[in-house]
Design a protein around this ligand. Sequence first.
Ligand SMILES: [Zn+2]
Length: 261
Amino acid sequence: MLNSSKYRDITIGRGVCSLLGTTIVVYLYVVDGLLIDAGPKRLKRESSKFFQEHQIDQVALTHVHEDHSGMAAWLQSKMQVPIYLHEMSIPEASKRGRYLFYRQLMWGGRPTFISQPFPEVLTTEKHIFDVIDSPGHMKYHKVFHEKNQGWLFTGDLYVRPKPFVAFYDENMKDTIASLQKLLQLDFDTVFCAHSGVVENGKAMLQEKLNYLLNLQEKVEGLRRQGLTDREVDQKLFPKIPLITKVSRGEWSSYNIISTIL
Ligand SMILES: [Zn+2]
């Protein structure tokens, strides 16, 4: 069973995956029959019980990464619920996920599933969620905004205020633009897929934006002095973190530097 808790009328499932000293927490949210992100297949034993114990009528995936979509196929076959996904990721979801071995160990496989494009808004009995494009963590990424409650479900856009590594297909310039766009909206509470409920969420998103803008300025200055991105990376992030070694460079600070301008 996933560790389950409540925040207002939202049920929160919390699971933990670890690999070689790296531990990542995964949060799943059920609001009024709407499941936001399906979690990785590695948590199948725990999450399938969690899904069966709660009413689930529809599933909204923030993006197609396997730690968010690994249980989508199970939900589809056992619960016959619609699964919404960014329309540009629908073809990818219909093929088996292929990725490096460390990701398979960390998250498990990602079986194929049939997804459908999002409607303009997701509706449940009590809530309406605006579906908003928010590229950065990946090109095809959505967040869900419940403006009457001041809630923002951010998938992997936030995660932490001061990122020290980025995934190889992340784009920090896009992350900056998405944060700027989302900060125009009315919300307080952020529901993050890896750091849980962030009650001062708007302030934390602003903190992340400030951090990235500051970093952008530093990178710009160092590039102007003639440093290459590799040299800028070594200067600003001298220590190589464990995740960079475990992921054979798929997660690195270089990916931040090279995409921030
Ligand atoms: Zn992701």
